[in-house]
Write a new protein. Sequence first.
Length: 381
Amino acid sequence: MITKLNHGQFEESLQLSEYAFQYVVPSEDRKRRLQQTKDHTVYGIYEEENLAAKLHLIPLQVQLGEHVYPMGGIAGVATYPEFRRRGYVRQLMNHSLLKMKEDGTFLSMLHPFSIDFYRKFGWEVFASFHKVQLEKKDLVPLKPYNGQIRRFKKDTYPNELESIYDRYAEQHNGMLVRSKNWWRERSITNLWIAIYYNDAGEATGYLTYEVKKEKMKVEEFVPLTSDARIGLWNFICQHDSMVNEAELILNPCEVLPYMLKDPRIKVEKHPYFMARIVDVENFLKRYVKEIDFPYQLEFSITDSTAAWNNSTFILNKNEVVVGEKIEAPISLDIKAFTALIFGVHTPEELLQMGKLPAGEEDFHKLQSLSQGKPPFFYDFF
């Protein structure tokens, strides 16, 4: 039986996380770590009064372009080895999906230990990042603009930091809506913040970073303009007397590597976060109005985990009709549909992967369901 853990049981949950994920929370950090889970709903399965498996469901919000949607973050999924292969994780995943549907949470995201494992439950990779490795010789400044950099820490940063991030998030699908507490305790922590101000004094870009053991690691690189991009890069180069190497975590769409004096650098692509649409019907009823969908489109969805999504859908401009009989409808599974909505893959790419019927004539209608914004995610939970 699935139990909702109370705050007094969170210590048991933390102990299971420590065992499963092989880390130890020091005693001085334990209270803070438990406090961070106060907004989580933790579901567990017990055997003879021992916690056997658990899952955290975190109420969050993400942006699809300019619009904000409720999202349920799945985290801390773990089972003790003596209780594995009894279907407990499947029970917890199914339970969390049902709870999200009941609460009106349309989307869900998670960071997978195994992509293939979570694909079985309908989640699909939606966000990747590029890890760029640089040597000292690569730190060559570009032609500067007349801007300036100001450095801050988490207790001193100005509101412009959040404003830059929000404007950047509106240009993408899937980026987290960050609260002030999330900024301080989850995004910045002990990192430095460098904000670029243009010659008019406007904040148009930032990066968060650390410098340790002669290495600079940039966790977030967020330019809104070309001069901000150059200004932030030149600031990184100014550390050449302090570091022998640098590592940048970049949006795959970021053009900075191409601009370098020698673009022949090491770039690794990392599939990162996964997403799924929890409730297709109610998601579409809101979504098609916000994107102002101008067509009539008929399709069906298959979802092996969330049975309520197994239906036909007729989009007639901004209206959604569910469950009508359709002649030879387009058929998408929940993973392909999620990838389409988030802009991960075009209909043509889904066709090449065998995720759409060959010779589909409604590709332009399907494509219009995606807002044409690239997916990205910089956070972790």
